[in-house]
Design a protein around this ligand. Structure first.
Ligand code: MSP
Length: 493
Protein backbone atom coordinates (compact mmCIF):
# COMPACT_ATOMS: atom_id res chain seq x y z
CA UNK A 1 0.00 0.00 0.00
CA UNK A 2 1.37 3.42 -0.89
CA UNK A 3 2.07 5.60 2.12
CA UNK A 4 0.98 9.17 2.63
CA UNK A 5 2.18 11.20 5.59
CA UNK A 6 0.59 14.59 6.16
CA UNK A 7 1.21 17.02 9.02
CA UNK A 8 -0.16 20.24 10.45
CA UNK A 9 2.10 22.55 12.43
CA UNK A 10 2.01 21.75 16.10
CA UNK A 11 0.14 24.52 17.86
CA UNK A 12 1.56 26.71 20.60
CA UNK A 13 -0.27 26.10 23.83
CA UNK A 14 -0.12 29.70 24.96
CA UNK A 15 -3.78 30.32 24.23
CA UNK A 16 -7.11 28.74 23.26
CA UNK A 17 -7.50 27.48 19.68
CA UNK A 18 -8.84 29.94 17.10
CA UNK A 19 -10.06 29.74 13.56
CA UNK A 20 -6.52 29.85 12.09
CA UNK A 21 -5.65 26.63 13.91
CA UNK A 22 -8.91 25.03 12.81
CA UNK A 23 -8.12 26.06 9.23
CA UNK A 24 -4.83 24.17 8.79
CA UNK A 25 -6.30 21.19 10.58
CA UNK A 26 -9.42 21.03 8.41
CA UNK A 27 -7.33 21.29 5.24
CA UNK A 28 -5.04 18.49 6.40
CA UNK A 29 -8.04 16.42 7.41
CA UNK A 30 -9.67 16.86 4.03
CA UNK A 31 -6.52 15.70 2.23
CA UNK A 32 -5.95 12.80 4.66
CA UNK A 33 -9.53 11.58 4.26
CA UNK A 34 -9.28 11.79 0.48
CA UNK A 35 -6.09 9.74 0.48
CA UNK A 36 -7.63 7.14 2.77
CA UNK A 37 -10.60 6.78 0.41
CA UNK A 38 -8.12 6.55 -2.46
CA UNK A 39 -6.43 3.50 -0.96
CA UNK A 40 -3.35 5.05 0.65
CA UNK A 41 -1.91 4.03 4.01
CA UNK A 42 -2.20 7.45 5.65
CA UNK A 43 -0.71 9.00 8.73
CA UNK A 44 -2.18 12.37 9.67
CA UNK A 45 -0.20 14.10 12.40
CA UNK A 46 -1.16 17.08 14.47
CA UNK A 47 -0.36 18.15 18.00
CA UNK A 48 0.95 20.81 20.31
CA UNK A 49 4.20 22.75 20.65
CA UNK A 50 4.64 23.04 24.39
CA UNK A 51 8.13 24.34 25.13
CA UNK A 52 9.90 27.66 24.78
CA UNK A 53 9.82 31.11 26.24
CA UNK A 54 6.40 32.06 24.92
CA UNK A 55 4.62 29.10 26.50
CA UNK A 56 6.78 29.37 29.63
CA UNK A 57 5.76 33.01 30.05
CA UNK A 58 2.08 32.22 29.55
CA UNK A 59 2.29 29.63 32.34
CA UNK A 60 4.02 32.17 34.53
CA UNK A 61 1.34 34.79 33.89
CA UNK A 62 -1.33 32.19 34.67
CA UNK A 63 0.57 31.46 37.87
CA UNK A 64 0.60 27.74 37.11
CA UNK A 65 3.34 25.14 36.95
CA UNK A 66 4.30 24.92 33.24
CA UNK A 67 3.58 21.21 32.96
CA UNK A 68 0.09 21.64 34.46
CA UNK A 69 -0.44 24.62 32.18
CA UNK A 70 0.50 22.79 28.98
CA UNK A 71 -1.51 19.72 29.98
CA UNK A 72 -4.58 21.89 30.24
CA UNK A 73 -4.12 23.99 27.11
CA UNK A 74 -3.03 21.03 25.00
CA UNK A 75 -6.27 19.33 25.96
CA UNK A 76 -8.20 22.29 24.51
CA UNK A 77 -6.55 21.62 21.17
CA UNK A 78 -7.25 17.91 21.42
CA UNK A 79 -10.87 18.66 22.25
CA UNK A 80 -11.18 20.86 19.17
CA UNK A 81 -10.49 17.89 16.88
CA UNK A 82 -13.83 16.05 17.25
CA UNK A 83 -15.64 19.42 17.16
CA UNK A 84 -14.32 20.17 13.68
CA UNK A 85 -14.39 16.44 12.88
CA UNK A 86 -10.64 16.18 12.27
CA UNK A 87 -9.67 12.53 12.32
CA UNK A 88 -5.96 12.61 13.13
CA UNK A 89 -3.90 9.45 13.50
CA UNK A 90 -1.31 10.83 15.91
CA UNK A 91 -1.53 13.80 18.29
CA UNK A 92 2.05 14.70 19.26
CA UNK A 93 2.90 16.64 22.38
CA UNK A 94 6.46 17.92 22.62
CA UNK A 95 6.50 17.28 26.36
CA UNK A 96 6.25 13.53 25.73
CA UNK A 97 9.27 11.49 26.77
CA UNK A 98 9.71 9.91 23.31
CA UNK A 99 9.99 13.37 21.84
CA UNK A 100 12.68 14.40 24.30
CA UNK A 101 14.61 11.26 23.33
CA UNK A 102 14.25 11.98 19.60
CA UNK A 103 15.22 15.64 19.94
CA UNK A 104 18.29 14.93 22.05
CA UNK A 105 19.22 12.22 19.59
CA UNK A 106 19.08 14.47 16.53
CA UNK A 107 21.12 17.07 18.44
CA UNK A 108 23.85 14.49 19.00
CA UNK A 109 23.80 13.51 15.33
CA UNK A 110 24.14 17.13 14.18
CA UNK A 111 26.93 17.59 16.69
CA UNK A 112 28.72 14.41 15.59
CA UNK A 113 28.56 15.71 12.02
CA UNK A 114 30.42 18.82 13.07
CA UNK A 115 27.46 21.15 12.59
CA UNK A 116 27.12 22.43 16.17
CA UNK A 117 29.55 24.71 17.99
CA UNK A 118 29.51 26.82 21.14
CA UNK A 119 29.79 30.61 20.89
CA UNK A 120 27.77 33.56 22.08
CA UNK A 121 24.69 35.19 20.59
CA UNK A 122 24.24 38.92 20.45
CA UNK A 123 21.15 40.09 18.67
CA UNK A 124 17.38 40.41 18.44
CA UNK A 125 14.87 37.83 19.55
CA UNK A 126 11.10 37.87 19.34
CA UNK A 127 9.35 35.78 21.94
CA UNK A 128 6.03 36.05 20.11
CA UNK A 129 7.54 34.60 16.93
CA UNK A 130 10.14 32.51 18.79
CA UNK A 131 12.56 33.78 16.17
CA UNK A 132 15.99 35.37 15.96
CA UNK A 133 16.14 38.38 13.68
CA UNK A 134 19.04 39.97 11.96
CA UNK A 135 19.54 43.71 12.65
CA UNK A 136 18.81 44.39 8.98
CA UNK A 137 15.34 42.89 9.40
CA UNK A 138 14.25 45.14 12.25
CA UNK A 139 11.74 47.79 11.18
CA UNK A 140 10.92 50.62 13.60
CA UNK A 141 12.22 48.58 16.50
CA UNK A 142 10.00 45.62 15.63
CA UNK A 143 10.29 42.27 13.88
CA UNK A 144 9.21 42.22 10.22
CA UNK A 145 6.03 40.50 11.47
CA UNK A 146 5.28 43.46 13.73
CA UNK A 147 6.13 41.46 16.84
CA UNK A 148 8.14 43.12 19.63
CA UNK A 149 11.81 42.12 19.86
CA UNK A 150 14.28 42.09 22.70
CA UNK A 151 18.06 42.32 22.72
CA UNK A 152 19.71 39.08 23.78
CA UNK A 153 23.34 38.47 24.71
CA UNK A 154 24.17 35.02 25.96
CA UNK A 155 26.31 31.95 25.48
CA UNK A 156 24.70 29.83 22.80
CA UNK A 157 25.21 26.79 20.65
CA UNK A 158 25.09 27.45 16.93
CA UNK A 159 24.10 25.31 13.99
CA UNK A 160 26.19 25.73 10.82
CA UNK A 161 23.31 26.90 8.68
CA UNK A 162 25.66 28.83 6.40
CA UNK A 163 27.14 25.53 5.24
CA UNK A 164 23.74 24.56 3.80
CA UNK A 165 23.12 27.63 1.69
CA UNK A 166 24.28 26.05 -1.58
CA UNK A 167 22.97 22.52 -0.86
CA UNK A 168 19.52 24.02 -0.16
CA UNK A 169 19.48 26.08 -3.34
CA UNK A 170 20.62 23.07 -5.28
CA UNK A 171 17.94 20.90 -3.69
CA UNK A 172 15.11 23.30 -4.46
CA UNK A 173 16.29 23.66 -8.02
CA UNK A 174 16.24 19.89 -8.50
CA UNK A 175 12.90 19.51 -6.67
CA UNK A 176 10.72 22.29 -8.01
CA UNK A 177 7.59 20.93 -6.30
CA UNK A 178 9.16 20.94 -2.84
CA UNK A 179 7.72 24.34 -1.87
CA UNK A 180 4.35 25.70 -2.93
CA UNK A 181 2.71 27.98 -3.93
CA UNK A 182 5.27 29.41 -6.35
CA UNK A 183 5.28 32.86 -4.74
CA UNK A 184 6.21 31.37 -1.38
CA UNK A 185 8.99 29.36 -2.98
CA UNK A 186 10.44 32.54 -4.41
CA UNK A 187 10.33 34.13 -0.97
CA UNK A 188 12.30 31.24 0.46
CA UNK A 189 14.82 31.25 -2.37
CA UNK A 190 15.50 34.96 -2.03
CA UNK A 191 15.91 34.58 1.71
CA UNK A 192 18.47 31.83 1.18
CA UNK A 193 20.24 33.78 -1.57
CA UNK A 194 20.50 36.82 0.67
CA UNK A 195 22.98 34.75 2.70
CA UNK A 196 22.42 32.28 5.51
CA UNK A 197 24.11 32.91 8.82
CA UNK A 198 24.67 30.26 11.44
CA UNK A 199 21.65 29.80 13.66
CA UNK A 200 21.56 30.06 17.42
CA UNK A 201 19.97 26.83 18.67
CA UNK A 202 20.12 27.10 22.44
CA UNK A 203 19.16 29.52 25.17
CA UNK A 204 20.33 29.87 28.76
CA UNK A 205 17.97 32.45 30.22
CA UNK A 206 14.97 30.22 30.87
CA UNK A 207 14.47 26.56 31.62
CA UNK A 208 11.18 25.47 30.00
CA UNK A 209 12.39 23.15 27.27
CA UNK A 210 14.56 20.19 26.42
CA UNK A 211 18.09 20.37 27.85
CA UNK A 212 21.06 20.17 25.50
CA UNK A 213 22.70 16.75 25.91
CA UNK A 214 25.85 17.12 27.99
CA UNK A 215 25.24 20.75 28.96
CA UNK A 216 21.94 21.11 30.81
CA UNK A 217 22.52 24.82 31.37
CA UNK A 218 21.37 25.20 27.76
CA UNK A 219 17.79 24.68 26.61
CA UNK A 220 17.32 23.76 22.98
CA UNK A 221 15.85 26.36 20.66
CA UNK A 222 12.12 25.69 20.56
CA UNK A 223 12.01 25.44 16.76
CA UNK A 224 14.62 22.67 16.66
CA UNK A 225 12.55 20.91 19.30
CA UNK A 226 9.22 21.57 17.52
CA UNK A 227 10.28 20.63 13.99
CA UNK A 228 11.68 17.34 15.24
CA UNK A 229 8.13 16.31 16.20
CA UNK A 230 7.55 15.33 12.59
CA UNK A 231 10.11 12.56 12.84
CA UNK A 232 9.41 11.66 16.48
CA UNK A 233 5.89 10.78 15.40
CA UNK A 234 7.30 8.63 12.61
CA UNK A 235 9.43 6.63 15.06
CA UNK A 236 12.79 8.44 15.09
CA UNK A 237 15.47 7.54 16.16
CA UNK A 238 14.27 3.99 15.53
CA UNK A 239 13.33 2.84 12.05
CA UNK A 240 10.77 5.27 10.68
CA UNK A 241 7.57 3.94 9.29
CA UNK A 242 6.38 7.13 7.67
CA UNK A 243 9.23 9.31 6.49
CA UNK A 244 9.78 11.46 4.51
CA UNK A 245 6.55 13.36 5.00
CA UNK A 246 4.51 13.63 1.84
CA UNK A 247 3.19 17.04 2.80
CA UNK A 248 3.78 19.58 5.56
CA UNK A 249 0.88 22.03 5.60
CA UNK A 250 1.89 25.31 7.23
CA UNK A 251 0.82 28.93 7.42
CA UNK A 252 2.78 31.49 5.39
CA UNK A 253 4.27 32.91 8.61
CA UNK A 254 6.30 29.80 9.37
CA UNK A 255 7.83 29.22 5.98
CA UNK A 256 11.40 30.05 6.98
CA UNK A 257 11.40 27.43 9.71
CA UNK A 258 10.00 24.71 7.46
CA UNK A 259 11.81 25.51 4.23
CA UNK A 260 15.22 26.63 5.47
CA UNK A 261 15.98 25.47 9.00
CA UNK A 262 14.17 22.13 8.86
CA UNK A 263 15.66 20.88 5.56
CA UNK A 264 19.11 22.00 6.72
CA UNK A 265 18.75 20.06 10.00
CA UNK A 266 17.60 17.03 8.04
CA UNK A 267 20.46 17.27 5.56
CA UNK A 268 22.88 17.44 8.45
CA UNK A 269 21.22 14.42 10.08
CA UNK A 270 21.43 12.49 6.80
CA UNK A 271 17.67 12.12 6.58
CA UNK A 272 15.47 12.57 3.51
CA UNK A 273 13.65 15.89 3.12
CA UNK A 274 9.85 16.24 3.14
CA UNK A 275 8.42 15.87 -0.35
CA UNK A 276 6.49 19.10 -0.18
CA UNK A 277 5.74 22.06 2.05
CA UNK A 278 2.59 23.99 1.19
CA UNK A 279 2.00 27.38 2.81
CA UNK A 280 -1.54 28.67 3.11
CA UNK A 281 -2.64 32.25 3.72
CA UNK A 282 -4.08 34.01 6.73
CA UNK A 283 -7.65 34.79 7.68
CA UNK A 284 -8.66 38.20 8.83
CA UNK A 285 -12.02 38.83 10.51
CA UNK A 286 -14.39 41.20 8.71
CA UNK A 287 -11.47 43.21 7.36
CA UNK A 288 -9.32 43.28 10.50
CA UNK A 289 -6.41 41.26 11.76
CA UNK A 290 -7.66 38.90 14.47
CA UNK A 291 -6.27 39.77 17.86
CA UNK A 292 -7.14 39.37 21.47
CA UNK A 293 -6.84 43.10 22.06
CA UNK A 294 -9.38 43.85 19.30
CA UNK A 295 -11.60 41.11 20.73
CA UNK A 296 -12.40 39.85 17.24
CA UNK A 297 -10.83 36.39 17.42
CA UNK A 298 -13.22 33.86 15.90
CA UNK A 299 -13.82 30.86 18.12
CA UNK A 300 -14.22 27.73 15.99
CA UNK A 301 -16.15 25.95 18.76
CA UNK A 302 -18.86 28.63 18.87
CA UNK A 303 -19.06 28.66 15.10
CA UNK A 304 -19.55 24.91 14.93
CA UNK A 305 -22.15 25.11 17.70
CA UNK A 306 -24.17 27.49 15.62
CA UNK A 307 -23.67 26.16 12.08
CA UNK A 308 -22.38 22.60 12.42
CA UNK A 309 -18.98 21.20 11.49
CA UNK A 310 -19.84 20.51 7.86
CA UNK A 311 -20.78 24.11 7.11
CA UNK A 312 -17.68 25.51 8.80
CA UNK A 313 -15.41 23.03 7.07
CA UNK A 314 -17.01 23.67 3.70
CA UNK A 315 -16.95 27.44 4.04
CA UNK A 316 -13.28 27.59 5.02
CA UNK A 317 -12.13 25.41 2.17
CA UNK A 318 -14.47 26.90 -0.44
CA UNK A 319 -14.43 30.60 0.30
CA UNK A 320 -10.82 31.42 -0.57
CA UNK A 321 -8.25 29.90 -2.87
CA UNK A 322 -6.07 27.72 -0.70
CA UNK A 323 -2.75 29.56 -0.51
CA UNK A 324 -4.26 33.07 -0.52
CA UNK A 325 -5.29 35.27 2.37
CA UNK A 326 -8.98 35.65 3.05
CA UNK A 327 -11.49 37.58 5.01
CA UNK A 328 -13.96 35.89 7.31
CA UNK A 329 -17.42 37.41 6.91
CA UNK A 330 -20.17 35.63 8.75
CA UNK A 331 -22.65 36.74 6.10
CA UNK A 332 -20.62 34.94 3.46
CA UNK A 333 -20.68 31.77 5.50
CA UNK A 334 -24.46 32.04 5.70
CA UNK A 335 -24.71 32.65 1.95
CA UNK A 336 -22.62 29.57 1.20
CA UNK A 337 -24.73 27.51 3.58
CA UNK A 338 -27.95 28.63 1.94
CA UNK A 339 -26.98 28.64 -1.72
CA UNK A 340 -24.46 25.80 -2.01
CA UNK A 341 -25.27 23.41 0.78
CA UNK A 342 -29.02 23.81 1.26
CA UNK A 343 -30.26 24.97 -2.16
CA UNK A 344 -27.96 23.05 -4.47
CA UNK A 345 -26.79 19.90 -2.71
CA UNK A 346 -29.43 19.50 0.00
CA UNK A 347 -32.20 20.15 -2.46
CA UNK A 348 -30.92 17.63 -5.00
CA UNK A 349 -30.96 14.90 -2.35
CA UNK A 350 -34.32 16.04 -1.02
CA UNK A 351 -36.19 16.23 -4.30
CA UNK A 352 -34.97 12.88 -5.64
CA UNK A 353 -35.30 10.87 -2.45
CA UNK A 354 -38.64 12.42 -1.47
CA UNK A 355 -40.00 11.66 -4.94
CA UNK A 356 -39.03 8.00 -4.67
CA UNK A 357 -40.30 7.68 -1.10
CA UNK A 358 -43.61 9.36 -1.86
CA UNK A 359 -44.50 8.00 -5.27
CA UNK A 360 -42.80 4.64 -5.50
CA UNK A 361 -42.94 3.33 -1.94
CA UNK A 362 -39.21 3.95 -1.76
CA UNK A 363 -38.38 1.34 -4.41
CA UNK A 364 -36.65 1.67 -7.77
CA UNK A 365 -36.07 -1.00 -10.39
CA UNK A 366 -32.65 -2.34 -11.17
CA UNK A 367 -32.46 -1.03 -14.74
CA UNK A 368 -29.17 0.81 -14.94
CA UNK A 369 -28.76 3.31 -17.76
CA UNK A 370 -25.03 3.52 -17.92
CA UNK A 371 -24.55 5.46 -21.15
CA UNK A 372 -25.80 8.76 -19.81
CA UNK A 373 -23.31 11.57 -20.39
CA UNK A 374 -23.71 12.77 -16.86
CA UNK A 375 -22.62 9.44 -15.40
CA UNK A 376 -19.44 9.62 -17.43
CA UNK A 377 -18.88 13.08 -16.06
CA UNK A 378 -19.23 11.74 -12.55
CA UNK A 379 -16.94 8.74 -13.04
CA UNK A 380 -14.28 10.89 -14.69
CA UNK A 381 -14.33 13.44 -11.92
CA UNK A 382 -12.11 11.36 -9.67
CA UNK A 383 -9.09 12.09 -11.89
CA UNK A 384 -9.65 15.83 -11.70
CA UNK A 385 -10.12 15.64 -7.94
CA UNK A 386 -6.91 13.69 -7.50
CA UNK A 387 -5.05 16.48 -9.25
CA UNK A 388 -6.79 19.08 -7.11
CA UNK A 389 -5.74 17.28 -3.95
CA UNK A 390 -2.16 16.70 -5.09
CA UNK A 391 -1.74 20.36 -5.99
CA UNK A 392 -3.58 21.47 -2.81
CA UNK A 393 -6.21 23.31 -4.87
CA UNK A 394 -8.81 22.51 -2.28
CA UNK A 395 -11.21 25.26 -3.41
CA UNK A 396 -11.11 23.84 -6.96
CA UNK A 397 -11.94 20.43 -5.58
CA UNK A 398 -15.18 21.78 -4.15
CA UNK A 399 -15.94 23.85 -7.24
CA UNK A 400 -15.57 20.74 -9.37
CA UNK A 401 -17.89 18.67 -7.20
CA UNK A 402 -20.44 21.47 -7.22
CA UNK A 403 -20.36 21.62 -11.01
CA UNK A 404 -21.56 18.04 -10.90
CA UNK A 405 -24.28 18.95 -8.40
CA UNK A 406 -25.50 21.75 -10.65
CA UNK A 407 -25.45 19.39 -13.63
CA UNK A 408 -27.45 16.82 -11.65
CA UNK A 409 -30.05 19.42 -10.72
CA UNK A 410 -30.31 20.44 -14.37
CA UNK A 411 -30.71 16.79 -15.29
CA UNK A 412 -33.70 16.54 -12.94
CA UNK A 413 -35.24 19.67 -14.46
CA UNK A 414 -34.66 18.46 -18.01
CA UNK A 415 -35.81 14.87 -17.52
CA UNK A 416 -38.82 15.75 -15.35
CA UNK A 417 -39.32 12.41 -13.59
CA UNK A 418 -42.74 13.60 -12.35
CA UNK A 419 -43.93 13.82 -15.98
CA UNK A 420 -42.22 10.59 -16.99
CA UNK A 421 -44.09 8.85 -14.22
CA UNK A 422 -47.30 9.17 -16.20
CA UNK A 423 -45.91 9.07 -19.72
CA UNK A 424 -42.92 6.72 -19.64
CA UNK A 425 -42.52 4.89 -16.33
CA UNK A 426 -39.64 2.72 -17.56
CA UNK A 427 -37.65 5.79 -18.56
CA UNK A 428 -38.50 7.35 -15.22
CA UNK A 429 -36.87 4.37 -13.49
CA UNK A 430 -33.77 4.82 -15.61
CA UNK A 431 -33.56 8.48 -14.74
CA UNK A 432 -34.00 7.80 -11.05
CA UNK A 433 -31.34 5.12 -11.20
CA UNK A 434 -28.96 7.63 -12.74
CA UNK A 435 -29.85 10.20 -10.12
CA UNK A 436 -29.37 7.89 -7.16
CA UNK A 437 -26.02 6.81 -8.59
CA UNK A 438 -25.03 10.46 -8.96
CA UNK A 439 -26.13 11.25 -5.42
CA UNK A 440 -24.11 8.32 -4.14
CA UNK A 441 -21.04 9.43 -6.10
CA UNK A 442 -21.35 13.05 -5.00
CA UNK A 443 -21.73 12.02 -1.36
CA UNK A 444 -18.54 9.99 -1.69
CA UNK A 445 -16.70 12.88 -3.33
CA UNK A 446 -17.89 15.25 -0.62
CA UNK A 447 -17.16 12.92 2.28
CA UNK A 448 -13.60 14.26 2.87
CA UNK A 449 -15.12 17.65 3.66
CA UNK A 450 -18.84 17.26 4.46
CA UNK A 451 -18.06 14.37 6.74
CA UNK A 452 -21.35 14.18 8.60
CA UNK A 453 -23.94 14.96 5.95
CA UNK A 454 -22.25 12.70 3.39
CA UNK A 455 -22.48 9.85 5.83
CA UNK A 456 -26.18 10.62 6.30
CA UNK A 457 -26.79 10.57 2.55
CA UNK A 458 -24.98 7.27 2.16
CA UNK A 459 -27.03 5.86 5.02
CA UNK A 460 -30.21 6.98 3.26
CA UNK A 461 -29.00 4.89 0.33
CA UNK A 462 -28.15 2.01 2.69
CA UNK A 463 -24.47 2.15 1.72
CA UNK A 464 -21.70 1.56 4.24
CA UNK A 465 -17.92 1.54 4.20
CA UNK A 466 -17.29 3.32 0.92
CA UNK A 467 -13.97 3.96 -0.80
CA UNK A 468 -13.41 5.47 -4.23
CA UNK A 469 -13.73 1.94 -5.60
CA UNK A 470 -17.44 2.13 -4.76
CA UNK A 471 -17.77 4.70 -7.55
CA UNK A 472 -17.17 1.98 -10.12
CA UNK A 473 -19.71 -0.41 -8.62
CA UNK A 474 -23.31 -0.60 -9.78
CA UNK A 475 -25.85 0.93 -7.42
CA UNK A 476 -27.53 -1.56 -5.14
CA UNK A 477 -31.26 -1.04 -5.68
CA UNK A 478 -32.31 -3.69 -3.23
CA UNK A 479 -33.40 -1.18 -0.59
CA UNK A 480 -36.23 1.09 0.47
CA UNK A 481 -35.79 4.85 0.49
CA UNK A 482 -37.60 6.46 3.38
CA UNK A 483 -38.75 10.12 3.38
CA UNK A 484 -35.56 12.18 3.88
CA UNK A 485 -34.92 14.80 6.53
CA UNK A 486 -33.44 18.04 5.12
CA UNK A 487 -29.63 17.82 5.09
CA UNK A 488 -29.01 21.47 5.99
CA UNK A 489 -30.99 24.10 7.85
CA UNK A 490 -30.81 27.43 6.06
CA UNK A 491 -29.37 30.32 8.00
CA UNK A 492 -32.50 32.35 7.48
CA UNK A 493 -30.77 35.52 6.21
N1 MSP B 1 4.23 26.22 17.10
C1 MSP B 1 4.45 26.80 15.83
C2 MSP B 1 4.51 25.73 14.75
C3 MSP B 1 5.52 24.66 14.96
S1 MSP B 1 5.48 23.48 13.71
C4 MSP B 1 6.80 22.52 13.94
C5 MSP B 1 3.34 27.78 15.52
N2 MSP B 1 2.21 27.66 16.20
S2 MSP B 1 0.95 28.62 16.10
O1 MSP B 1 -0.01 28.08 16.99
O2 MSP B 1 1.33 29.96 16.33
O3 MSP B 1 0.45 28.61 14.64
C6 MSP B 1 0.08 27.44 14.04
C7 MSP B 1 -0.52 27.63 12.67
O4 MSP B 1 -1.70 28.41 12.75
C8 MSP B 1 0.42 28.32 11.70
O5 MSP B 1 0.50 27.58 10.51
C9 MSP B 1 -0.25 29.65 11.45
O6 MSP B 1 -0.04 30.07 10.14
C10 MSP B 1 -1.71 29.29 11.66
N3 MSP B 1 -2.50 30.47 11.91
C11 MSP B 1 -2.49 31.27 13.02
N4 MSP B 1 -3.33 32.32 12.80
C12 MSP B 1 -3.87 32.24 11.57
C13 MSP B 1 -4.85 32.97 10.86
N5 MSP B 1 -5.38 34.07 11.31
N6 MSP B 1 -5.22 32.47 9.65
C14 MSP B 1 -4.74 31.29 9.14
N7 MSP B 1 -3.83 30.58 9.80
C15 MSP B 1 -3.27 31.11 10.93
O7 MSP B 1 3.53 28.62 14.66
Amino acid sequence: MKKFYITTPIYYVNDIPHIGHAYTTIAADMIARFKKLDGFDVMFLTGTDEHGQKVGKSAEIAGVDPQDFVDKVSQNFKDLMPVIDAQYDVFMRTTEERHKTATQHIWKVLEANGDIYLDSYKGWYSVRDEAFYDASEIVDGKAPTGAPVEWVEEESYFFRLSKYQEPLLDYFEKNPGAIAPEGRKNEVLSFIKSGLRDLSISRTTFSWGIPVPGNAKHIMYVWLDALTNYITAAGYPEKMNFWPASLHLVGKDILRFHCVYWPAFLMSAGLPLPERVFAHGWWTAEGEKMSKSLGNVIDPVKLVDEFGADTVRYFMMREISFGNDGDFYLDNLKKRLDSDLANAWGNLVQRVLAFIAKNLDGKIDDIPQTDEEILKLSKGLINTLRQDIDSQKLHHYLEHVFELIYAANQYVDAQKPWTLRREAPKRMMEVLHVLLTLIRDIAIYLSPILTRSSKKVLEMLHIQGTTFETLQEPLNTNMTITPPEPLFQKSGV
